[in-house]
Structure formats: structure tokens, C-alpha cells
Design a protein. Structure first.
Lengths: 134, 261
């Protein structure tokens, strides 16, 4: 089973685990990065269909990662998850082309719906990857 | 959170001294507001991250039936709730320290017992670290004048910090000595260490060190600020010696209990 490929980027291991459990294993293949630098390295190796991106991280912030992702992979959907409260972050994320901006705490089921909206539901796409990149 | 009133007290006076003062005051107010911004941002992050775990797992537990969710959710929810409660407690402590409403109940405390109690707690919780304690004084472990609850908090904060900043494990050693009417207590780790230029900053409010040292660690960034304030309330002082890559030693003093005449 191939499934859609999702890269989870968050410096908090417990939160990465929650995000992984949110995405049903039969539909998604998950890759994890604990900081921004690692995320950028993994993107080139695993060519994900979607990225879940924390904002406040060591070794390249979410802002830097988003800017680089959108520069080199403009069609790759990115969902930003932030624990911050500053409106400025949202403006920056929007201007850099974030597809969705969610504030923690978030609803895992809403997040899943959001991902399915961006990638198409598993039933629509079967196991074919890269549906978001025609 | 300290107030910034007074920042505009000198506005409108004619002399250049007053203008300089008002510029200073404004610069100070700006700096203060930056500190507050940073504090709010850190606290928001430290509250919302465990809150996300609680809310998220609770929702998944209600919606899913798989074995991993059923097994993991209660454990992660409990851990996150404990983390949340410790951040909240730190914030309340800082607030009572700032308003001067934290009062110590000073009694004679056997330092050996206090250290043993702290170590026993961490031995249960921390796998991967070993713990030891030694009295360096020929007279043995001292009895100090302290608030037992707050002394326990000082020791726990330092041991917790030592564990946090030695992610690869290793030994954490608590030593006690006597000098000039005080007990001198140190907590050493074999961890990441702190660069010299950052050693002054570790006791500041919200001072968690920059990456990569910060990597993989968590906390409100208030722990050492609280620790220093509690040590100073007891009439002692605290300092750190460290070498990057070789570990850190935090040392504090606390008054000895006066000998019965």
C-alpha cells in the first residue's frame, strides 16, 4: 500500500505522535522531522504530497522552511500549525503561501478533513500518490 | 510582570536632562515591553503545546477504536496535564515573587534528607541518568535554615535542569560543603554545558538557550529564574560554572542553622 505521503515537522515528539495517529495508517505514509533543517533535507528525499509545519522550532524556523518550500516546491500544500498568538505570524504565513493556518490546540478530525480537502479523500484517489501535484 | 509606569513621567519638562531621562525611560519601557512579548510568546507556546496533546488525544479517543490510540491516549493526556500544571505553577510562583507575596517558613532542615528525597523522586522518573550525593565536609551533612518546601523546589529545579540538559544521560551529582556560616550545595551534570557568554543569561526570566542546546528540551524558561529568586529569598546566592560539551555545575548557598548554645 503506497498511500499519500505526509511530512510532519514539529520539535515536540508527543505532538508528532498525535499528528501521526490522526492520519490513518492505511491511507497515509508518514515521515517526521524534529526541526526545520531536517524537514528541508527530508523533503528532497521523500517528496511528500503535503507538509504539516510547526512554526516555532530550532534549526530553521517554520517561517524559513515555508519560504524555501514555496520557492522550490510551489505546488506542495503546506498546513502551518502554531502555538503562538501573534497575528503577525499568520500574516507572514499567508504572505509566504501557507495553504492552511491552524492554531494549537487544534481538532485532529478537522485537521484530517482539511488534509483530505487538499489531497482528495482516499476513496477519490485510491492509493495513487501525488494527487495534489498534477 | 513589572509595571512600566513612570516611563512618561518626565515628558513636558523643558530641560535637556529631563529629555534625556525621558528618552532613557522610553528605551527602558520599550525593552520591558519586548521582554513581556517574549514572555507571552514562550508561555503561550508552553501552554498550548500540552493543551493540544490533551484536546487532540481526547478527541481521537472518542472517535477511533484502534489499539494504539486506546493505549497511548491516556498516557499522553496524563503527561501533558502534568506538564501543563507545572507551567501554570511556575507562572503563579513568578507572579507571587514579583508581587512580594511569597513568604518563607524558615525552620532547621537536614540537608541530607532534603537531597535524598529529591534524588529518590528523580530516580523513579528519569531512566538513563544515575544520581549520587556526597558531603564534602568532615563534619558531615549540614543542617540549614530554610523553608523545606521551597528548598525542595530549588533542589528539584536544579536536578531537573541537569537531566534536561544532559539528554545523553550520565551521572548527576549533588555535593554539600560548609563555608562562612553557609552550606554550599552544588548540582553537576555531564551534559551539553553552557557557553561562557550565555552563563549570565541563564538566570534571566525566559532565557532558554538558543539552539542547538535548546533542542529537544522543554520548559517554561522560568525554572532558573524562580530558583535564583528562591535562593536569594533565603539569603543565599547562586552561580553556574560550565564548559560546553563537558557539563555544568550549579552551586547555591543557604544559611546554616545556628548551633544551639
Amino acid at each position: 500500500m503506497t498511500g499519500r505521503r505526509v511530512l510532519i515537522v514539529d520539535d515536540d515528539a508527543t505532538l508528532r505522535q498525535l499528528l501521526r495517529l490522526t492520519l490513518p495508517a492505511e491511507d497515509y505514509r508518514i515521515f517526521e522531522a524534529e526541526d526545520g533543517q531536517k524537514a528541508l533535507e527530508l523533503v528532497d528525499h521523500f517528496e511528500p504530497d503535503l507538509v504539516l509545519l510547526d512554526w516555532k522550532m530550532p534549526n530553521r524556523s517554520g517561517e524559513e522552511v515555508l519560504a524555501e518550500l514555496k520557492a522550490f516546491h510551489p505546488r506542495l500544500p503546506v498546513i502551518v500549525l502554531t502555538a503562538g498568538i501573534q497575528a503577525r505570524h499568520r500574516m507572514v504565513a499567508d504572505s509566504l503561501g501557507a495553504d492552511v493556518f491552524l492554531t494549537k490546540p487544534f481538532s485532529p478530525l478537522e485537521l484530517l478533513a482539511c488534509i483530505e480537502q487538499l489531497l482528495g479523500t482516499p476513496a477519490e484517489t485510491g492509493s495513487a500518490p501525488s494527487s495534489a501535484r498534477p | 510582570v513589572s509595571s512600566t509606569n513612570g516611563a512618561s513621567a518626565d515628558l513636558g519638562r523643558g530641560s535637556s536632562d529631563a529629555r534625556d531621562e525621558s528618552l532613557d525611560a522610553r528605551a527602558e519601557a520599550a525593552e520591558q515591553s519586548e521582554v513581556i512579548d517574549r514572555l507571552i510568546s514562550t508561555v503561550s507556546h508552553e501552554l498550548r503545546t500540552p493543551l493540544s496533546v490533551i484536546v487532540g488525544y481526547a478527541e481521537l479517543l472518542g472517535a477511533r477504536d484502534d489499539e494504539e490510540t486506546r493505549r497511548e491516549a491516556p498516557i499522553r493526556i496524563k503527561e501533558a496535564a502534568e506538564r501543563l500544571s507545572s507551567v501554570v505553577e511556575n507562572i503563579l510562583t513568578v507572579s507571587s515573587l514579583d508581587s512580594g507575596s511569597l513568604f518563607l517558613e524558615l525552620v532547621p532542615v537536614d540537608l541530607e534528607d532534603a537531597v535524598a528525597e529529591t534524588i529518590a523522586r528523580f530516580e523513579r522518573e528519569e531512566i538513563g541518568h544515575s544520581f549520587a550525593s556526597h558531603s564534602m565536609s568532615p563534619e558531615g551533612w549540614p543542617v540549614v535554615t530554610a523553608d523545606p518546601v521551597e528548598l525542595g523546589r530549588i533542589l528539584a529545579n536544579l536536578v531537573s535542569n541537569a537531566c534536561k540538559y544532559s539528554p545523553g544521560g550520565g551521572e548527576i551529582v549533588v555535593r554539600a560543603d560548609r563555608q562562612d556560616g553557609s552550606a554550599v550545595v552544588s548540582v553537576s551534570d555531564e551534559g551539553l554545558g553552557i557557553r561562557e557568554e550565555e552563563q549570565e543569561r541563564v538566570f534571566e526570566r525566559v532565557s532558554r538557550l538558543d539552539a542547538p542546546v535548546q533542542r529537544g528540551t522543554r520548559g517554561s524558561g522560568l525554572g532558573l529564574y524562580i530558583t535564583r529568586a528562591l535562593v536569594e529569598l533565603h539569603g543565599g546566592s547562586i552561580w553556574v560554572e560550565s564548559e560546553p560539551g563537558r557539563g555544568s555545575t550549579f552551586t547555591f548557598t543557604v544559611p546554616l542553622a545556628s548551633e544551639p548554645a
